[in-house]
Design a protein around this ligand. Structure first.
Ligand code: ADP
Ligand code: MG
Length: 715
């Protein structure tokens, strides 16, 4: 289901950055890397500043020695004492038990794995320093696998940081790397003093002080303020991060404002009595909703300007985005330019193709189609149509951005379900379409809306149009949660729907990174349903099928010949079969919220009452996990895509929400747009001032914080 990795298109080579330190040499010529170095790179720890900005998850307090008598069970404590007893016990498994006495109480250290060196250090009579979680045990108080060393030696003056790490990267190694990164990194001030005094908590520390503190806080700090990130040092970091993001967005907005795009002012050839748009509207079997008219007008205003449009059209599933796209395309083609429409899957491209063709070809518009699975001959013909400019409309999958595709004069690029494309692919689309120094207008469409506050505050470089009204005549979809154990009831329901001439989607589980298991599941379900529903045509659709076969299955379903379509998530986006009235989602607990909502949007497209059954299974657990439960509950409680997006944001947090949507890498690491609204307001105010008055500092600030990711934020 995933699009191919976009690495070949990656527009932001990380090696373009200034590097410091021998370990940071560009990948190509560097000597073989150790597993730890590789793991560090995976974590994005390439530059000194990256290391300095890699902040602890939590801290360990090794700064003090506690008397055992003063410590409570469950507490993590460090104490010093004498080993009074040591023995290897052989019960169900071999274990080492060591008793340590600190004069106030004793504690048993229990090791299930141990080496002779353990026994040597912990031999009777030795003085040791021990740190671990104290528990009330069988033999009195005990610690399981505590840290220990010989007593004596200085106590550290600061808390010990524990860093987020990954397999193959030992904490000790990482700690050293961070420490030296912190020492080497350029942490000179980038924010001029007058801007800092605009907001009091920021004055309290410089970036250098904030980082030094957060890596090694003094033991007297209120740990709560580190945990909830309300400490002034955290405030400073979050403000810096938000400022970098705002400056970067503003920069790209300004760069774009300086670029030129063809102003699509009206028909190239006068004389026809009405425009293509008017003709299209006349031929549509329905009237536009108020929302469709409004967003079309917003888009039209942009297209008439000679500055490239950068607009996101968001509207719930079924809100009618396609016709808005068609109207924009008609305006573009009418003005004598080409329009490209890119969809994430062949099925969706196909659907657009047939729908838009049925709308636009009667108006004399020629369409070219580009997909990955095309035969060479057909492809050559299509490429020629695109290059000569004969095709006004070009529709396809990511095949549209391949290097062989040359447009004659492209003025408008429309990307459907934009979140399904990598940022790199979107950038590639824009750059390849450059025509005599001009950029194309860009319209992105999504059914996974960004909550309004987020969109407005975060995307300084994106204009947003919203379809907040569904076409009339839709009946709301009723969503039910059903335990997988009650499958039979679901099958009875399917039979009832079929008896009424309706059609059914059955979506099979998505198991991450295991397409083959998905397939087994879908195949089994398909067989089981075929058997349970004799005389009914049950089809199977999955991503490994050859495109021609997919197309054949899809058209049987679209034409109403096939009653039940079992599928993996290939139907996730954009498929339009109004007669389908029941959607069954198997293992619904494994899907993300927005994905569930997208899937559900495949039904409820006609006038018939529609339903969505979320089949869930708790596996071996007695009940569902909390997050899965919150997701399913949201699905049952609301049909509104914006409400769903809001809840998704609550469940996942903005970092992950935006991250998953944009590039797979969270864009805000420290700040939280909800709790840090005040800092965001500060950053929005300061960003333009920095760019105008201190462009060099602004540049340095962005590079420090975003490095190679700055490009990504602009896409
Ligand atoms: P989405 O926003 O999910 O892409 P579509 O563009 O596929 O939605 O539209 C969903 C369905 O609604 C299509 O069958 C489309 O033809 C129909 N539709 C769109 N606009 C209207 C309207 N104003 N009135 C009635 N039906 C409409
Ligand atoms: Mg759509």
């Amino acid at each position: 289901m995933m699009l191919p990795a976009a690495s070949a298109l990656d527009p932001a080579p990380k090696t373009a950055l200034p590097m410091a330190g021998a370990a940071d040499k560009p990948a190509a010529k560097a000597p073989a890397k150790s597993p730890a170095q590789k793991a560090m790179e995976k974590l994005g720890l390439r530059r000194d500043i990256d290391l300095a900005l890699h902040l602890p998850l939590r801290y360990e307090d090794e700064t003090r020695i506690t008397r055992l008598a003063d410590a409570r069970d469950g507490e993590v404590v460090q104490f010093e004492g004498e080993v009074t007893h040591s023995e290897v016990l052989i019960r169900s498994r071999r274990q080492l038990l060591v008793t340590v006495d600190d004069g106030s109480d004793t504690c048993v250290l229990r090791f299930l794995n141990f080496y002779p060196s353990h026994q040597k250090t912990l031999s009777v009579g030795a003085w040791v320093r021990v740190r671990g979680e104290l528990r009330g045990g069988f033999l009195g108080r005990e610690m399981v696998h505590p840290h220990f060393k010989l007593a004596g030696g200085e106590l550290p003056g600061a808390l010990t940081p524990v860093y987020p790490t990954s397999a193959g990267l030992p904490q000790v190694y990482l700690r050293k790397a961070v420490l030296s990164g912190l020492a080497r990194a350029d942490l000179s001030e980038t924010i001029p003093a007058p801007f800092l005094s605009k907001n009091m908590p920021l004055r309290l520390s410089s970036l250098r002080e904030a980082l030094q503190f957060l890596h090694h806080p003094t033991p007297d700090v209120a740990l709560q303020t580190l945990e909830d990130r309300s400490h002034p040092a955290w405030q400073r970091l979050k403000a810096e991060e938000l400022l970098a993001q705002q400056i970067s967005q503003l920069q790209s907005r300004r760069v774009r404002a300086a670029m030129r795009a063809p102003a699509l002012n009206g028909p190239a050839m006068r004389g026809t009595h009405c425009t293509l748009q008017e003709q299209l509207l006349e031929r549509l079997p329905f009237r536009l909703t108020g929302a469709q008219q409004r967003v079309s007008a917003e888009i039209e205003v942009d297209l008439k300007k000679n500055v490239p449009m950068h607009r996101l059209l968001q509207g719930d599933v079924g809100a009618g985005k396609t016709v808005v796209a068609a109207l924009a395309a008609a305006r573009c083609i009418d003005a004598g330019w080409q329009c490209a429409l890119m969809a994430p899957t062949e099925i969706l491209a196909e659907q657009h193709f047939s729908k838009l063709i049925s709308w636009l070809e009667p108006l004399g518009i020629k369409t070219a189609r580009l997909t990955g699975s095309q035969k060479p001959k057909e492809r050559r013909e299509m490429l020629a149509l695109v290059e000569s400019g004969e095709a006004g409309l070009v529709i396809g999958t990511h095949a549209v951005i391949q290097s062989k595709v040359k447009f004659k004069n492209l003025a408008l690029a429309i990307i459907d379900e934009q979140h399904r494309f990598g940022v790199a692919q979107r950038l590639a689309l824009r750059s390849k379409m450059t025509h005599e120094g001009q950029e194309p207008h860009l319209l992105m469409m999504t059914a996974t809306p960004i909550p309004r506050t987020l969109a407005m505050s975060y995307y300084a470089d994106l204009d947003v149009s919203t379809l907040d009204e569904l076409p009339p005549g839709r009946t709301p979809i009723v969503t039910k949660l059903v335990n997988d154990a009650r499958r039979d009831e679901v099958i009875a329901r399917i039979q009832a729907q079929i008896a009424q001439g309706r059609q059914i989607y059955w979506v099979c589980p998505l198991i991450e990174e295991s397409e083959s298991i998905d397939l087994v599941n879908a195949t089994q379900t398909h067989a089981a349903l075929s058997e349970a529903l004799p005389g009914v045509m049950v089809g199977l659709l999955h991503s490994r099928m050859p495109p021609a076969e997919k197309k054949a299955v899809m058209s049987l379903f679209t034409e109403g010949v096939m009653a039940v379509l079992v599928s993996t998530t290939v139907i996730e986006v954009g498929v339009d079969v109004p007669n389908a009235s029941l959607m069954v989602i198997e293992h619904a607990e494994r899907f993300g919220l927005s994905q569930l909502h997208q899937l559900r949007g495949r039904v409820g497209r006609g006038a018939a009452a529609s339903a969505c059954v979320l089949l869930y299974s708790t596996g071996d657990a007695p009940r569902l996990g909390e997050v899965a439960r919150a997701r399913l509950k949201a699905m049952v409680e609301t049909n509104d895509g914006f409400e769903i997006a809001r809840r998704d944001l609550d469940i996942r947090g903005p970092g992950e929400f935006l991250g998953a949507r944009q590039s797979g890498a969270a864009m805000l690491r420290f700040a939280d747009l909800q709790t840090d609204a005040g800092l965001l307001a500060w950053a929005r105010e300061v960003a333009p001032l920095m760019l105008d008055q201190y462009p060099d500092l602004a540049e340095r600030h962005v590079l420090r914080w975003l490095g190679g990711k700055a490009e990504f934020l602009k896409a």
